[in-house]
Design a protein around this ligand. Structure first.
Ligand code: HEM
Length: 316
């Protein structure tokens, strides 16, 4: 794919402002589609399944009471795959007898909807193996949301194993300023008001050295060291903008929230081809307070990136 094509499909994360701060940046999702199939579909499916096989304890978690929500998530996603990507996915439903076909992986699965014994794994685990998104179920009770199930293969430096069962605020404790500015409480209240049929979405961004999708907290020793290797010679190729497209769907029967995360990556050398992005991102990165660069893990090489971006800007 030529760089302009890569840029065309890349979910650029910034709005009109040249300043970035943490905020509730969720907006209504129109059209209300939870999943996106990109050209790296097969590559990512293979990687996901390999990770699930090798590290089930860090890639999958569920509490028994999430089974209803899991079937709802499967229902929503399989119907959307068949509706929006009919050339690749087929779904035939005859009462509770369902047949799902994935032409890209060459798989066909018959099962009885609602009966886990007819699938060879839990519904959330099954459906997650057919989409590029990571899938998290937040269950609502006692005026709060809890991470009670999830399939997570591509985390940006966090751990499903560690966060399992935590509340929304507990999960977000490491983020500087979230609690002191009551952002955690405001976002929690917003989430608890999400209604069925009216999903929301937001984009989260960071910089990554390399393009590894599996950057779990557990494997930090394998990928974190690369941050020390950024030089002015390799920065364009090595450093990537990592963007997560995150979507939130209320599940009407269980009242849970399905949170989908689709991770996209673009090397800076491709990213800078689009001058308005180069210009705005240089300004944002230059102004970004240290508490955010520290949390995002980019303080170590921010200066090298800035020099690169500003040098490229002069050439335009
Ligand atoms: C409801 C499902 C959600 C889950 C499961 C979730 C989970 C997480 C996790 C695990 C982290 C990393 C925390 C760490 O360092 O250990 C994080 C970061 C963050 N979350 Fe959420 N989140 C959710 C929804 C949201 C929403 C709706 C917003 C805002 C509207 C939000 C804003 C943020 C921000 C700003 C960060 C810091 C990211 C960065 O600087 O790279 N989250 N979230």
């Amino acid at each position: 794919m030529v760089s302009t094509e890569k840029n065309r499909v890349f979910p650029y994360p910034f709005g009109e402002h040249d300043v970035y701060r943490y905020s509730n940046n969720a907006i209504p999702l129109n059209p209300p589609i939870a999943i996106e199939v990109t050209e790296s579909y097969i590559e990512e499916m293979n990687l996901k399944r390999e990770l699930l096989k090798k590290h089930p304890e860090r890639c999958y978690y569920s509490e028994p009471h999430t089974m209803g929500a899991q079937w709802e998530a499967l229902d929503l996603i399989l119907h959307q795959l068949a509706k929006y990507y009919p050339e690749t996915f087929k779904l035939v439903t005859n009462d509770d007898h369902w047949i799902f076909t994935n032409q890209q992986t060459g798989e066909k699965q018959s099962f009885t909807f609602g009966d886990q014994s007819t699938l060879n794994m839990e519904p959330l685990d099954f459906v997650g193996r057919h989409v590029q998104e990571d899938l998290i179920l937040m269950m609502q009770r006692d005026g709060d949301l809890f991470l009670d199930a999830g399939q997570l293969c591509f985390p940006a430096n966090w751990s499903l194993y560690f966060d399992a069962g935590m509340s929304f605020k507990e999960i977000h404790t490491p983020i500087p300023g979230f609690k002191s500015e009551s952002l955690d409480e405001r976002i929690l209240q917003f989430l608890m008001r999400i209604e069925p049929g009216s999903p929301w979405w937001r984009k989260n961004w960071s910089l990554m050295v390399g393009n590894r999708l599996d950057t779990s907290l557990e494997t930090f020793a394998e990928w974190g060291q690369a941050r020390k290797k950024v030089t002015k010679e390799n920065v364009g190729e090595l450093v990537h903008l990592r963007v997560e497209v995150q979507k939130l769907f209320r599940l009407p029967k269980s009242n849970g929230i399905l949170f989908t995360i689709h991770t996209h990556m673009l090397a800076l050398e491709d990213f800078i081809q689009h001058t308005p992005w180069l210009k705005q991102f240089s300004a944002i990165l230059k102004e970004l307070p240290e508490f955010i660069t520290d949390y995002k893990g980019i303080s170590l090489y921010r200066e090298v990136v800035l020099e690169y971006l500003e040098g490229e800007l002069k050439k335009k």
